[in-house]
Design a protein around this ligand. Structure first.
Ligand SMILES: NC(=O)c1ccc[n+]([C@@H]2O[C@H](COP(=O)([O-])OP(=O)(O)OC[C@H]3O[C@@H](n4cnc5c(N)ncnc54)[C@H](O)[C@@H]3O)[C@@H](O)[C@H]2O)c1
Length: 336
């Protein structure tokens, strides 16, 4: 049986495909390449270029391969863009997600691992954040993910669709072959390293007066390989009959923006100038996970997520692939 990975040409998806294949799983990738890279997927992996909401394409894919589970990464994931263009987010992330689940149910696929996010908590009432913390997102991106969580819960009740919704905190880092390449890039780690390479004049630090140790916002950075491995554990959990669940994936350690920049200066030996900017509306001061439940339910424990290792891995990848995966290709979508 094979695993369908939607969004497998994206950052976390492509690393998860790499890790799944290393554990001898058959994988099929579906991606529309709006934000991903064909080059991130090895040529011998069956690849479908299309949208998760394309019912005809999904019907074809699901007859051409024996799929028993789906890892659903495919989504648009820029917070600012979601505020400016919410329609795009609800259509792509929610409407197409619902169509994907209909296709899976029709084909008898009953196992889904879903990429959720700490953005579903909004400004949390409690930090470290447990899964029981009330969820009230502060942007359409977070809402689009929370809607899918709710839809999955009701599909379990009605149709027996078993799922694990993994609420990632901040993914970062790289493997020897695959790393983070977004255009535009909104994440701190790749932008700090771009400044180290001189591709950016400085790193923007949004907000310097938060109630934190140095006034800058604190986030919980998880190595992308640790995240990928949590998906493998979640699939094993579902395959052996485990129940649906919502699990945080973070380290429980938070680092401020200035601490990340300082650590990157040590790793890269580059000056990395920082420029203070106004805080972004809706940016919480501190987002740190309580991941005890993921450890209890899946036996997941991050092993590569200390900040210096994360930065070193992404730095090595950037030096080896100075242009990332190269320019984003414009390829025609597949006909069903
Ligand atoms: N990167 C993070 O720190 C982080 C944190 C929390 C949650 N997440 C979630 O994890 C997932 C992966 O994140 P990422 O950083 O790898 O993002 P990414 O943009 O690199 O990957 C997403 C992939 O999905 C594809 N895609 C988008 N909409 C599609 C559609 N309708 N049909 C087919 N393909 C589609 C894109 O082309 C891209 O390759 C996303 O769902 C994101 O919301 C990411």
């Amino acid at each position: 049986m094979a695993i369908l990975v939607t969004g497998g040409a994206g950052y976390i998806g492509s690393v998860t495909v790499e890790r799944l294949r290393a554990s001898d799983e058959q994988v099929v990738v579906l991606d529309d390449l709006t934000r991903g890279h064909r080059a991130a997927i090895d040529k011998d992996v069956p690849f479908y270029h299309g949208r998760v909401g394309d019912r005809a394409l999904l019907a074809r894919l699901l007859t051409e391969h024996k799929i028993d589970a789906c890892v659903h990464f495919a989504a648009l994931a820029y917070v600012g863009e979601s505020v400016a263009e919410p329609k795009k987010y609800y259509e792509n992330n929610v409407e197409q997600g619902v169509a994907l689940f209909s296709s899976l149910l029709e084909a008898g696929v009953r196992h889904v691992v879903f990429s959720s996010t700490c953005a579903t908590y909004g400004v949390p009432q409690q930090v470290p954040i447990p899964e029981t913390c009330p969820q009230w997102p502060v942007n359409p991106y977070g809402w689009s993910k929370l809607f899918i969580e709710r839809i999955l819960a009701s599909y379990d009740g009605a149709y027996g669709l078993k799922f694990v919704a993994l609420r990632y905190f901040n993914a970062a880092g790289a493997t020897a072959k695959r790393g983070e390449h977004h255009e535009p890039e909104s994440h701190l780690v790749p932008n700090v390293l771009a400044a180290a390479l001189g591709e950016r004049k400085h790193v923007s630090v949004f907000g310097a007066e938060y109630p934190t140790l140095d006034g800058t916002a604190i986030r919980d950075y998880v190595h992308v390989v640790d995240l990928a491995d949590a998906h493998i554990l979640a699939l094993a959990h579902l395959r052996k009959g485990g129940g649906s669940d919502f699990l945080n994936l973070g380290t429980g350690e938070g680092y401020s923006v200035l601490q990340v920049i300082e650590c990157a200066r040590k790793v890269t030996a580059a000056p990395i100038p920082a420029r203070m900017e106004a805080p972004r509306p809706g940016d919480p001061p501190r987002l740190v996970a309580d991941s005890a439940k993921a450890q209890r339910v899946l036996g997941w424990k991050p092993t590569q997520s200390d900040l210096a290792s994360i930065l070193r891995s992404q730095w090595e990848w950037r030096k080896k692939f100075p242009h990332g995966y190269g320019p984003t290709e414009s390829v025609e979508l597949e006909e069903a």
